[in-house]
Design a binder for this molecule. Structure first.
Ligand code: SF4
Length: 440
């Protein structure tokens, strides 16, 4: 892989004629299985029909009714398990390439500046959103369109959360994320960056500032650690932190020397979800000489998408199934000496290694709930929420959604949950406003 193009997006876009031709293959099924397979019930045949006629603006409008992040979903959704996997043409192996079409519509719209949504009057109440990942952005977009004044509080210097700092550039270019966020900003959403709720200010401070409701979309930022002897060595990295560092390096915010995995290293990645694959493919791009994913189950049990796995194999990542790392032997300094690898039914073997990257899941940080009162969490730190109004925590007016309450899931599943929470917040704020009006 050329070093110049190491983080270039790997999947090509459709040209305009290709997109229209692909859209024209759609059968516009009366009972569309594709839509059923979409977690946010995107009106897929409707916008594909508009695209097939060349009505790109109409296609964008229909998509916007269900999604605030189509250029993102078009790239990183698990289409093979959702819309495309359900498409009736999939039985013949000829499913419509829905993700690529959605991406085309969103990119075409951004490039041409086609749709200009009117900014609705902000008269229904004020909502603070903590975190600007997929859940926070979805809430913000949905509520801004419904006439709420929304302000986002984000700890990083750029909004986007996992979209900006967790998913590598070659799968989701940062420029794409920035353009999607710009569209949400254009709805009148205000962003407060470099602002950590739970450190610089608390949930109570936000209520004092006059917000009617607060949404926690803070995700799961604390990586889990396997209990392996030697795992405290600095050469054992956490995948989400490694990916974040590489993102910062690509954005020119930190030096190459601060991203220690790469440059001829032999790297072992533990885990086999999408984050593990992202870390492995990123390690290859950073110049590692050998990258091996170690997973204690089989290929059919991995959480990663098959397409991501296949791309990783094609790029040279090796996989060891039914295998665990049981010991990490360290050298002084930033490198390891070796790891002990145990594959089911085989004797343990000691293999030279420079780094281990752990990608075995993550849990919510306690920063917000520990600096206020009344927000209960379960024994793993996930915020407890109720169904009525949907998404409200045990503290009145504080809502939670996405990974921080539902455990880590995909971008689109966080969005689905956030859409429901947006409805819960809408109902709650309308109700308290009504009660306040009656009291006066
Ligand atoms: Fe078109 Fe496939 Fe959806 Fe049918 S299931 S409407 S063919 S995308």
């Amino acid at each position: 892989m050329s070093q110049d193009n190491q983080f270039k997006e790997v999947n090509e876009s459709y040209t305009l004629p290709e997109a229209v031709r692909e859209a024209q293959r759609c059968l516009h099924c009366k009972v569309p299985a594709c839509k059923k397979g979409c977690p946010i019930s995107n009106d897929i045949p409707d916008w594909i029909a508009e695209l097939a006629k060349g009505n790109f603006g109409n296609a964008m409008h229909i998509i916007n009714n269900r999604s605030n992040l189509p250029a993102v979903c078009g790239r990183v959704c698990g289409h093979e398990r959702q819309c495309e996997g359900n498409c009736v043409l999939a039985r013949k192996g000829e499913h419509i390439n829905i993700g690529k079409l959605e991406r085309f519509v969103a990119d075409f719209d951004s490039d041409a500046g086609l749709t200009h949504e009117a900014i609705p009057e902000k008269s229904r109440g004020r909502v603070a959103v903590i975190g600007s990942g997929p859940a926070g952005l979805t809430i913000a977009g949905d509520l801004a369109r419904k006439g709420f004044a929304v302000e986002i509080f984000e700890m990083e210097s750029e909004p986007g959360g996992v979209l900006m700092y967790g998913i590598p550039e070659y799968r989701l270019p940062k420029e794409v994320v920035r353009r999607e966020i710009k569209k949400i900003e254009n709805l009148g959403v205000m962003f407060h960056l470099n602002t950590t709720v739970g450190e610089q200010l608390t949930v109570d401070d936000l209520f004092k500032r006059g917000f009617d409701a607060i949404f926690m979309g803070t995700g799961t930022g604390v990586p889990k650690r396997l209990n392996i002897s030697g795992n405290n060595h600095p050469a054992v990295r956490q995948a989400i932190r490694y990916l974040r560092r590489v993102s910062l390096y690509e954005s020119g915010l930190i030096d190459r020397s601060e991203v220690i995995v790469g440059n001829g290293d032999r790297v072992f990645v533990i885990g086999c979800g999408n984050t593990a694959i992202d870390a492995a493919r990123t390690a290859i791009r950073m110049g590692s000489s050998e990258v091996t994913v170690v997973y204690h189950r089989t290929v059919d049990q991995m959480k990663a998408l098959r397409s991501e796995y296949e791309d990783a194999v094609n790029e040279g990542v090796k996989f060891l199934w039914n295998t665990s790392i049981t010991n990490i032997e360290a050298l002084d300094g930033e490198h390891l000496r070796s790891v002990t690898v145990e594959t089911e039914g085989e004797p343990p073997r000691i293999v030279p290694a420079d780094h281990v990257v752990m990608a075995v899941g993550s849990a919510p940080a306690a920063r917000i709930v520990s600096t206020t009162t009344g927000i209960e969490v379960d024994d793993k730190g996930y915020v407890l929420t109720r169904d009525n109004p949907y998404g409200m925590s045990t503290r009145k007016g504080v809502f939670a959604g996405g990974d921080v309450s539902n455990r880590p899931a995909t971008v689109v599943h966080a969005m689905r949950d956030a859409k429901q929470v947006a409805e819960g917040i809408e109902r709650y704020v309308d109700a308290i406003k009504l009660l306040a009006a009656i009291d006066h």
